[in-house]
Design a protein around this ligand. Structure first.
Ligand code: ADP
Length: 536
C-alpha cells in the first residue's frame, strides 16, 4: 500500500502526505485499481469514506469488501462491459451509477477513469475519480417527475378542453332544439283554426321541451357545484319504499305515448322495517337519473327497478338496480359514460336522443359522496343493468309506518282540501289556483309572507299552505317559522324557482313539510300533495 502511494506521488514529484493534501481538496475520491472482477483497489483516497462509508483500508486489496460489491447490483455487469469497450479504444470512461454505502444508503456517483498502459501497450491499472452526485440526481428526478406531471396535466387539460368544446357544441344544439319547439309551437297556438287535439299536442310539446330545458340547466349548475366541491351529503332518516314509490309515480308521468314501455317498480319481498340514514335528495336524483336514462334509451320492452340488501363480512349495503331492454352500451364505452360531458358519439342512437352527457357523472359523484359505487352491465342492442350500492345505516329507533296506515292516510288525500297559496306573482298564483281548483280544492291567496301568517292565524280550517320562498315584506322562511309557532301541525310546502339539490336541502332544513320546484306540473303537484297527506 505504502509502495503504491509512493508510486503515484512520485509521478507528481511530491511525497504521500502532500499528495493526500492536494487530492483532499477534491469533492470526490481518486483511485487506482486492477482491471479484474473485483476492481481490486491498489490505492483509494481518504474521501471515499465520506461517500461510501468504508475507509480506504476496508477496500484496498478487497480487505473487507471489494469495490465491485459496493456498486449496486444492476450496474455491475454493465460497468465491466463499458470498461472493456473503453480500454479497447483507450478512451475515457464517464458513467453515472448507484452504489450502496456501508450504512445501506443508496447513492448516485459519477465515475471518470481511464486505463494506464506501459510503453509496450500492456494495461497496468485503471486510474479514476468518483464523486457523489446524489443531490443532483434527486433534483433531476424531481424535475423529470414534475415534467411527467406537467405533461399529464397538459394532456388532461387538453382532453377536458376538447370535451368542453364538444359539450358546448352539443349544449347549443340541446338548448336550441327545445327552444325552437317552444317558440315555434307557441306561435302556432295563436292560429284560430286549430283543432282541439292539435292544440293539446302542441301544448304537450311545449311542456316537454320546457321540462327538458330545465333539466339541462339544472344539470349544468349541479355539475359545476360538484366540481367546486360545494355539495356535501345531508343525512336524514328516510323511508326507502316511500321514496321509491314517489320516484315511480314521478317517472311514470314522464313516459310519452309513443313509447311502448312498461315501467315497473319491483317492490322488495324483504322490505326494510326501519328507516335508513342517507341523503334522500341525492338518492332520489341518482335513481331518477338512471330511470330517466333507461326510459330515454329504450323504445319498447320494459324498465324496472328494485333494491336488495347485500350482506358481507364487513358491512351491509343497500343495492339499487335499474334494468332496461333498451339500446345497450358496448363494452368499449362502459367506463367512459360515467365521465362528465361524455356521450357515445359513435352511436347514432345516442345522438338522436338528446342529452348533455352529465347525468351519469352527477349520479356517480353522488353515489361516491354517499360512500358507494356505481357500475353497469350491458350488452349492445339488448339492454343495460345499472347497479349502485350505498352503506346501509339503519335507524333502529324509527320503525316505518305500516302500509295499511299509509293506505288509510292516502285515502284522505282524495278529500277536498282548503289550501292557502302564498305567492306574490300573479301568473304563478293564477296557474296554481287553476290547477288546485280543478282538483276541487278550495284555494286562498296571500301576496306575501306577512299576509300568509295573518290568514293562518284567522283561518282554523286550513289543510295546507303552499309557500313561495322569495316574497316581499316577509319571505317564505320567516313566514314558515311564524306559522309553525302558531300551528305546528299545519303542513307547509315550499314552492320555489330555485330547484337545485342544496336548495332543497336548505328548504328541508328550515322545516318545510315538502318542496316543489317551479315550474309546477300537475303530476308533480299531485304526487307531492299525496306524499304530504300520507305523512299527516
Ligand atoms: P346523457 O345526457 O347523454 O344521457 P348521461 O351522462 O346520462 O348523459 O349518459 C351518458 C351516455 O351513456 C349517454 O349519452 C348514452 O350514450 C349512455 N347511456 C346512459 N344510460 C344508458 C342506457 N340506459 N342505455 C343505453 N345507453 C345509456
Amino acid at each position: 500500500m505504502e509502495n503504491d502511494n509512493i508510486i503515484i506521488s512520485n509521478n507528481f514529484g511530491c511525497d504521500a502526505e502532500t499528495f493526500e493534501t492536494l487530492i483532499g481538496v477534491l469533492p470526490g475520491f481518486v483511485y487506482r485499481c486492477k482491471n479484474d472482477a473485483d476492481w481490486t483497489m491498489l490505492y483509494i483516497s481518504s474521501q471515499c469514506s465520506d461517500i461510501t462509508g468504508y475507509s480506504p483500508n476496508d477496500i484496498i486489496y478487497n480487505n473487507k469488501i471489494s469495490f465491485n460489491e459496493i456498486i449496486s447490483q444492476e450496474y455491475r455487469i454493465y460497468l465491466h462491459e463499458r470498461w472493456h469497450g473503453i480500454l479497447k479504444i483507450r478512451g475515457v470512461l464517464k458513467e453515472e451509477y448507484k452504489i450502496t454505502t456501508k450504512g445501506g444508503k443508496v447513492k448516485w456517483v459519477l465515475e471518470q477513469g481511464r486505463g494506464v498502459f506501459d510503453s509496450e501497450g500492456n494495461l497496468k491499472y485503471l486510474d479514476g475519480y468518483i464523486t457523489d452526485i446524489t443531490s443532483r440526481k434527486e433534483a433531476e428526478d424531481r424535475l423529470v417527475q414534475k415534467n411527467i406531471e406537467l405533461h399529464l396535466a397538459k394532456e388532461r387539460a387538453e382532453e377536458s378542453e376538447k370535451l368542453k368544446t364538444a359539450f358546448l357544441a352539443n349544449l347549443s344544439h340541446e338548448i336550441r332544439t327545445p327552444m325552437n319547439a317552444i317558440m315555434g309551437f307557441a306561435e302556432m297556438l295563436k292560429e284560430n283554426d286549430l283543432e282541439i287535439t292539435q292544440r293539446d299536442s302542441f301544448i304537450d310539446i311545449i311542456n316537454r321541451s320546457g321540462t327538458h330545458l330545465l333539466s339541462i340547466i339544472n344539470d349544468i349548475i349541479e355539475m359545476s357545484k360538484i366540481e367546486s366541491k360545494l355539495i356535501t351529503p345531508n343525512y336524514e332518516e328516510v323511508d326507502i319504499d316511500l321514496l321509491l314509490d314517489v320516484v315511480y309515480k314521478t317517472m311514470l308521468a314522464t313516459i310519452t305515448n309513443d313509447k311502448k314501455l312498461d315501467l315497473r317498480y319491483l317492490s322488495s319481498d324483504k322490505q326494510l322495517e326501519y328507516k335508513i340514514s342517507t341523503d334522500p335528495v341525492k338518492l332520489r336524483q341518482i335513481i331518477s337519473n338512471l330511470i330517466s336514462n333507461s326510459i330515454k334509451y329504450t323504445d319498447d320492452g320494459y324498465v324496472e327497478f328494485w333494491y336488495e340488501i347485500s350482506e358481507s363480512d364487513k358491512e351491509k349495503d343497500i343495492v339499487f338496480y335499474v334494468k332496461d331492454t333498451g339500446i345497450g352500451i358496448d363494452k368499449a364505452h362502459q367506463d367512459e359514460i360515467f365521465e362528465r360531458f361524455r356521450r357515445i358519439d359513435s352511436d347514432k342512437q345516442t345522438i338522436g336522443r338528446g342529452g348533455s352527457g352529465l347525468g351519469l357523472a352527477i349520479s356517480k359523484a353522488y353515489v361516491e359522496m354517499l360512500g358507494g359505487d356505481i357500475e353497469v352491465e350491458s350488452e349492445y342492442g339488448k339492454g343495460s343493468l345499472f347497479k349502485f350500492s350505498i352503506p346501509l345505516i339503519i335507524c333502529a329507533k324509527n320503525k316505518k309506518a305500516k302500509d295499511t296506515e299509509l293506505l288509510e292516510k292516502g285515502f284522505e288525500m282524495n278529500n277536498q282540501m282548503r289550501i292557502l297559496v302564498a305567492e306574490d306573482e300573479d301568473t304563478n298564483y293564477l296557474y296554481l289556483s287553476a290547477l288546485l281548483s280543478k282538483c276541487h280544492h278550495t284555494v286562498l291567496r296571500a301576496v306575501n309572507g306577512q299576509e300568509a301568517v295573518e290568514i293562518v292565524k284567522e283561518d282554523n280550517n286550513l289543510d295546507l299552505v303552499l309557500m313561495d320562498i322569495k316574497m316581499p315584506i316577509l319571505n317564505g322562511y320567516d313566514a314558515l317559522r311564524l306559522i309553525k309557532k302558531l300551528k305546528p301541525a299545519l303542513p307547509v310546502v315550499a314552492q320555489t324557482a330555485y330547484a337545485l339539490s342544496d336548495d332543497e336541502q336548505n328548504i328541508r332544513a328550515a322545516g318545510f313539510d315538502g318542496y316543489i320546484a317551479k315550474p309546477i306540473m300537475k303530476n308533480k303537484l299531485v304526487s307531492i300533495l299525496e306524499s304530504i297527506t300520507k305523512h299527516l
